[in-house]
Write a protein that binds this ligand. Structure first.
Ligand code: BJW
Ligand code: ZN
Length: 270
């Protein structure tokens, strides 16, 4: 749909009332008001690095120490953060209407804030900061320890003057499975890696079935998530975008609500 968007909240609330299958598709912007920096906005750098140069298999191979420092920092920031009014409005909406409608949150975020706000039907497309995966036996485990290993205590400062990282590999987190003992990595989908097939499948099914999709706080530039909502709009689902500024996908959607999601989402959902 390439036409002018509506920002008629009353009309959208009506649409939502009669919707049976609703998907929320969220990105970093929904957590911005919790103090977690977005990727492509101000604060998107850690030291001198863009996330796109650290969140890659190549970066981890090159320096697991540096990449673990980056993730240790992010784990600590997210652990101290609290879900904001946007996360809470979505969780409460599910609590209120979840028995009469199918309500799913598909998030690109790895910070765990949707779950902490109380969202139950949640698909985490890009993994989770508090899960590890063994590079050898592939076991995925939840891990909320702080720090995740002794060697990372007091590491991960974002100061751009810190050069490199020198933690010996043997001191980084390792698999505790008998007979394995290999290096652990964050259970996060990095650039150039495929999403987990069953996660992608679940998300695609929800996207294909939804009659309303609410896209919140994503720049809609990272694939495959970037094509979910435009595809839903193209097959006739009503798509509403909540963002502080238009994105490359805005013109594909029916509704555009500009402003911080912590303010705009409660207006629509409460
Ligand atoms: C607010 C707000 C407020 C602020 N209220 N709003 C097809 C074409 C071209 C490239 C590709 C393609 N298919 C695959 C690729 C390669 C790549 C890709 O898409 N690159 C693009 C950059 C072009 N994709 C992949 O590699 C994916 N893998 C894959 O597809 O495998 C098969 C394949 C591989 C290679 C080639 C072809 C096929 C995997 C992607 C995994 C993404 N991983 C990351 C890093 C995770 C690491 C980590 O967190 O540590 O996930 S990238 C990073 O971006 C992170 C995010 O989840 C993701 C999306 O970002 P998001 O959430 O949209 O954040 P921002 O910062 O971009 O936007 C914030 C928005 O909020 C802004 O719009 C603000 O305005 C707004 N906002 N405050 C409301 N208060
Ligand atoms: Zn293992």
């Amino acid at each position: 749909m390439k036409s002018r968007q509506s920002s008629d909240m009353v009309k959208f609330k009506d649409t939502l009332k009669s919707a049976k299958n609703i998907v929320f598709l969220s990105g970093a912007g929904i957590s911005a008001e919790s103090g977690i920096p977005t990727f492509r906005g101000a604060g998107g750098l850690w030291r001198k690095y863009q996330a796109s140069s650290l969140a890659t298999p190549g970066a981890f191979k090159n320096s697991p120490s540096l990449v673990w420092e980056f993730y240790h920092y992010r784990r600590e920031v997210a652990a101290k953060a609290q879900p904001n009014a946007g996360h809470i409005a979505i969780a409460n909406y599910e609590k209120k209407y979840g028995s009469e409608k199918s309500i799913t949150v598909i998030t690109q975020n790895v910070d765990g804030l949707h779950a902490r706000a109380g969202t139950k039907k949640l698909i985490e497309l890009h993994g989770n900061l508090y899960k590890t995966r063994c590079i050898k036996c592939k076991e995925v485990l939840e891990n909320t320890e702080s720090p995740i290993c002794e060697a990372l205590a007091n590491r991960g400062a974002p100061d751009e003057n810190i050069i490199g990282s020198d933690i010996p590999i043997k001191s980084l987190p390792h698999c505790k499975k008998p007979g394995c003992g290999s290096l652990l990595r964050p259970h996060i989908i990095w650039f150039g890696e495929s999403l987990e097939p069953e996660v992608l499948e679940k998300a695609s099914t929800e996207m294909e079935q939804c009659d309303v999709c609410i896209v919140v706080g994503t720049s809609s530039v990272v694939y495959p998530a970037a094509m979910f909502a435009p595809q839903a709009a193209a097959r006739g689902a009503i798509v509403a975008e909540f963002n502080v500024e238009p994105t490359p996908a805005t013109t594909e959607f029916h509704y555009y609500f500009e402003g911080p999601a912590g303010t705009t989402l409660p207006l629509v959902l409460n």
